[in-house]
Design a protein. Structure first.
Length: 274
């Protein structure tokens, strides 16, 4: 009965007419249980530092890990455009030693939701970071071995499994030994691998969205072939602002042959008072 009521009163989706679905996560990720972080359930992590994609994705969180030494200015750039919690890499691979602790503390002060330590990080480093910051430490592992177990026991609150084709297998092994530990796992890029990883026990999935350059290339290919920018999305809804603008143009008698006002939008007028 409750399910029937829920479906009966389900609200219509609200879409921004200027947005695109190109950076939206695969719907299969909604099947996972999610990681509960301060009352917010995180099922999908967008693995990217592309600020344009970060601002337009609907992922529950951002995983900003990159193959360079961590820089607070990069953290700030990601935080300034993200609409979801941000987890940033602070070292463990190319960055080691005291700098990792400094980056972790600075990242916490900037407002990130968690810090990520890469797979090569030492167990003692995981322990030091976990004891220094109050936000969760996410430790990346590539296998379930003694080192992975020691990182969990050293204070890693979230484990990020990046084991390539063996990801689902490693997830299952970790969950068998530590069923309560929140697990994030790479999705593998296909819908089948997402479902397989979730079935193995992953609480959330990381997803690599297409880059802004790839999306722009696809858009230009559509333009060159006479297709709309996003042909798969069909006709987009008009926003109330657009509708009221067209209505105003019709009221003033300034209407073109296709029913749209000939008057330029306010933000494109040379004379704002016109």
């Amino acid at each position: 009965m409750d399910q029937e009521l829920t479906n009966r009163y389900e609200a219509l989706p609200i879409e921004n007419p200027l947005s695109s679905s190109d950076a939206r996560v695969p719907v299969e990720m909604e099947q996972s249980s999610g990681i509960l972080l301060q009352g917010r359930r995180l099922r999908s992590f967008a693995y990217t530092t592309d600020v344009a994609v970060i601002h337009n994705t609907n992922a529950d969180a951002i995983l900003a890990v990159y193959p360079f030494t961590g820089q607070p200015v990069i953290n700030q750039a990601v935080l300034s455009v993200a609409r979801a919690p941000v987890f940033v890499g602070v070292g463990g691979g190319t960055t080691a030693g005291p700098r990792v602790l400094e980056l972790a503390v600075f990242a916490e002060m900037q407002g990130v939701s968690g810090v990520v330590l890469n797979a090569p990080s030492e167990v003692e480093l995981v322990r030091e970071v976990a004891m220094t910051v109050h936000i969760p430490v996410m430790a990346t592992v590539i296998d379930f071995n003694d080192t992975a177990q020691r990182k969990i026991e050293a204070g890693a609150r979230i484990i990020n499994v990046a084991a390539g084709r063996r990801t689902a297998e490693v997830v299952a092994k970790i969950k068998e030994r530590y069923p309560e530990v929140p697990l994030v796992a790479s999705s593998g890029g296909s819908r089948e691998s997402i479902i397989e990883t979730i079935a193995a026990g992953a609480n959330a999935s990381t997803w690599t969205p297409p880059s802004a350059q790839d999306l722009q290339k696809r858009m230009m290919d559509n333009y060159r072939n006479g297709r709309p920018a996003h042909p798969e999305e069909g006709t987009r809804f008009q926003s109330p602002a657009s509708n009221s603008f067209y209505a105003q143009g019709a009221t003033n008698g300034i209407v073109t042959a296709d029913g749209m006002p000939a008057k330029a939008p306010r933000h494109k007028r040379q004379n704002p008072s016109a």
